[in-house]
Structure formats: C-alpha cells, structure tokens
Design a protein around this ligand. Sequence first.
Ligand code: AMP
Length: 181
Amino acid sequence: MNDLVRNDLAQYVRAIPDYPRKGIIFRDVTTLFCNASGFRRTVEAMAGAFRERGIDMVAGIDARGFILGGAIAVELGKGFVAVRKRGKLPAEVYREEYSLEYGVDEVEIHVDAVPAGSRVLLVDDLIATGGTAMAAVKLIERAGGTVPAAAFAIDLPDLGGAKGLRDKGVDVFSVLSFEGD
Ligand code: AMP
C-alpha cells in the first residue's frame, strides 16, 4: 500500500480531541468502517500482510477488534476467537488485567478457544501503549496458542506499544500511523 492510499484512508478516521479525557485525541474508526471502500481496503491490507504466513486463527479484541478481526478471519479462511471485556464470555475463562491510555481494564478468553500450538494473528483497531494487546497475547498463550503476529488499523508509535510487542518477538503490522497521542 502506497502513501497516497494511506493518506486517502487516513482522511476517513475522525479525530476527536479530549475524548474520553482531556489531552487524548480519540481516533474514531467508525467513520472509516462506514465507508465501504475504506473498510474493504483496510481489511484487505491487514489480511493481505498475513497470507501464506502459517496463521491458524484470528483473535479480535473487544469491541472494534471484532469488526476487523471477523472480516480478516473470513478473508484468510480461518476461525475467529474473541478476547472480551470482563464478564461477557459464558464458559470458563482466563483473565488478565491491564492498564490502557486512559484507565484500567480486564480482558478474558475462553480456556478452550485456542487449539494447542495454534499460531494466532491478534487484531485490534488501534495500538497505543500496547497494554491491551499485551494482555491479549498473555491470554492466548495461557490458552495454549502463540502470537507470531499482530495487525492494527492504526498505530500511535509515540506511545511505544508496537515497539514493545516487537521486542517480544511479535511481527506488528499497521495500516495507518498518527503522531502524538
Ligand atoms: P493501549 O492498550 O494503550 O494500546 O490502547 C489500545 C486500546 O484502547 C484499543 O482497543 C483502542 O481501541 C483503545 N484506544 C487507546 N487509545 C486510543 C485512541 N487515542 N483513540 C482510539 N482508541 C484508543
């Protein structure tokens, strides 16, 4: 994907200053998803980067990661596993606490969601500090899988999350990147 296409896609991401807290610029991907071509090209870029890479499953992080992750799983012809916020999954779960750019939260995964040894592609809309993604990696590993790669529509590189994941050996791909936080 060239810079022209990236700039085109970037214009569909709405920036909302001071949401949900003063000082945060919220990068709203709902406006990207509303655009048929923007959504399709984002999904195709994220899935395309991981074809022929031995991925067995796709994991999406609650909630915007479900929208992208589900579409990417279908594109890749793989199953989808949900990493959900606390209290939403009905069967036995593993749980991890994490801090994000604007708070603390917990995510869960079904203990039997990942067949042993599965190579899981982790998907979310955005990576900032990487706390959420790191908690998801831990959950997938506790469930018996590995996370060789992660894909995000947006990276906020100044917050260091993508670098942290790469330092842990995860191959990180993002379609768009915005300076600052
Ligand atoms: P982090 O754990 O800091 O990497 O934060 C990533 C998670 O929080 C993702 O699920 C994002 O949807 C959400 N998030 C964090 N910062 C932002 C932001 N500036 N704009 C939109 N979503 C964000």
